[in-house]
Design a protein around this ligand. Structure first.
Ligand code: FAD
Ligand code: SF4
Ligand code: SF4
Length: 425
């Protein structure tokens, strides 16, 4: 999968980022006959969607959508996938780019059968990034059950230790290669689509909302992992301080978003994400109360509005229009108090609940980590599509905050733009 099978050629397309947008661009271009190189920095494809429990509005698990795409990729010899890989340098002009890619070692080769013996042999535990540090995993691990490519990873944190040796000895398939080194790869492509996506906004920067200071104040992405059957609690939503099943929970909308001090823009999906997560709570705990504090509920389009209306009818869900001023936790009980001003009545509201979820927004990956290419960004770090110049395009959340449907539409459009660049040459 990660071998350079296709001959580098400038009649081909490079897609950077293997989230839902990058997968879509790569597949759309390859399925009309173009050679595509897909470069992903994680050891697996799927991006943030792989971390979600369910998709709104249908509430099906994202694994089904991803699995279909993984199958299409597997069946398509036009796509060469490089995971654990990053673009280091881009030179050239539309129609003819030279790209340097660096492949980081995974320390496990294609012989891996995912038998799990290395994991069993490894004693060192490391924090799980996939689960936002809410649990520990072994130093030899499969990123998640459905990971694609289905291949283990040996963490660089255990390289050079006795444990790494134990992993090697445990492997009956000669798949652990501790001598594996970083490799460089040069590609010549005609067009590039940047689908580098987003990062959850760092909620520790928002002083008044208590994240990082109190265990029972978590973020929306942490909630996705808590609710996921393959998450740190195997899908049981419990509060972090004492594993209690919450009887009440508050959602704090626009946590850091639409605020000049943090992210000035609306992240588009976090109202829908909280409405969706309210269904997780209500399904798991039929008597639990859910309080959603919002400035405006943004549920764009007919389907999302219908979803919102359904949640609104639930008598255990309370929607309070008011910007939250403070969230804090009582160290004795672990209970969390949310303070807001009710925008309708003007009253100060104080609601004590058993845990709180901050609906933090999306920040483009490129906001903190500029890409090694001549790209234009807006002031928030989203890549601006310069169609006049052409050649390089941004798809999905690299370009703007978006849900999966809009990301897919946008990514399909960018596949077409990339193809047009090649055809025009
Ligand atoms: C709490 C929450 C819940 C959500 N729930 C839903 C939902 O139910 N339904 C829905 O439609 N949407 C939902 N979303 C939105 C959804 O997550 C996004 O629409 C989706 O992730 C966009 O995909 P993307 O491919 O553009 O970005 P990403 O998913 O971020 O993928 C980008 C990929 O690029 C890779 N990458 C980044 N930089 C580089 C680099 N320099 N080199 C190589 N690779 C790189 C990343 O590792 C990643 O794999 C939710 C969002 C949040 C915050
Ligand atoms: S690296 Fe070897 S031991 Fe580990 S899962 Fe793969 S085949 Fe099994
Ligand atoms: S989607 Fe909702 S919670 Fe997110 S920033 Fe926009 S208004 Fe705020």
């Amino acid at each position: 999968m990660t071998e350079n099978k296709a001959a580098p050629s400038n009649g081909s397309i490079l897609v950077v980022g293997g989230g839902i947008s990058g997968l879509t661009t790569a597949l759309e271009a390859a399925e009309v006959g173009y050679d595509v190189f897909l470069v992903e920095k994680n050891p697996y494809l799927g991006g943030r969607v792989a971390q979600l429990n369910k998709y709104f509005p249908k509430l099906c698990p994202p694994s089904c959508g991803l699995e279909i795409n993984f199958r299409r990729i597997k069946d398509n010899p036009k796509i060469s996938v490089f995971t654990h890989a990053e673009v280091e340098k881009v030179e050239g002009t539309p129609g003819s780019y030279e790209v340097a890619v660096k492949l980081r070692p995974r320390y496990v080769n294609e012989n891996c059968t995912c038998c799990g013996d290395c994991e069993a042999a490894c004693e060192t535990e490391i924090s799980s990034d996939f689960n936002f540090g809410m649990n520990k995993i072994k130093g030899a691990y499969l990123p998640f059950e459905m990971a694609f490519p289905a291949r283990y990873v040996i963490s660089p944190q255990i390289i050079g230790t006795e444990d790494a040796q134990k992993c090697k000895e445990a492997c009956k398939y000669d798949a652990v290669d501790l001598e594996m080194e970083a490799e460089s790869l040069n590609l010549r492509v005609g067009a590039i689509v940047w689908a580098t996506g987003w990062e959850p906004y760092d909620a520790t920067k928002i002083d008044n909302l208590g994240f990082g200071q109190y265990p029972n104040i978590i973020t929306n992405m942490m909630m996705e992992r808590l609710a996921s059957p393959n998450g740190p609690t195997k899908g049981k939503i419990t509060r972090p301080s004492d594993d209690k099943e919450p009887e009440s929970i508050a959602f704090v909308q626009c946590a850091g978003s639409r605020d000049e001090n943090y992210l000035p823009y609306c992240s588009y999906i976090c109202c829908m994400a909280s409405l969706k997560q309210a269904t997780y709570i209500r399904e798991a705990y039929p008597d639990a109360k859910v309080y959603i504090f919002y400035i405006d509920i943004r549920s764009p389009g007919q389907r999302y509005e219908k979803f919102y209306q359904t949640i609104k009818e639930d008598e255990n869900v309370f929607l309070i229009k008011g910007k939250v001023a403070e969230v804090s936790e009582d160290p004795n009980t672990g209970n969390v108090t949310v303070v807001a001003e009710n925008a309708v009545t003007g009253e100060k509201v104080k609601q004590t609940v058993e845990m709180a979820v901050l609906a933090t927004g999306m920040q483009p990956t490129a906001a903190t980590d500029k890409l090694p290419a001549d790209l234009k960004y807006n002031e928030d770090g989203f890549i601006i599509n310069d169609f006049e110049k052409g050649g390089m395009f941004a798809a999905g959340c690299a370009n703007k905050p978006a849900d999966v449907v809009s990301s897919n539409q946008n990514a399909t459009g960018m596949a077409l733009k990339a193809i047009q660049t090649l055809v025009k040459r």
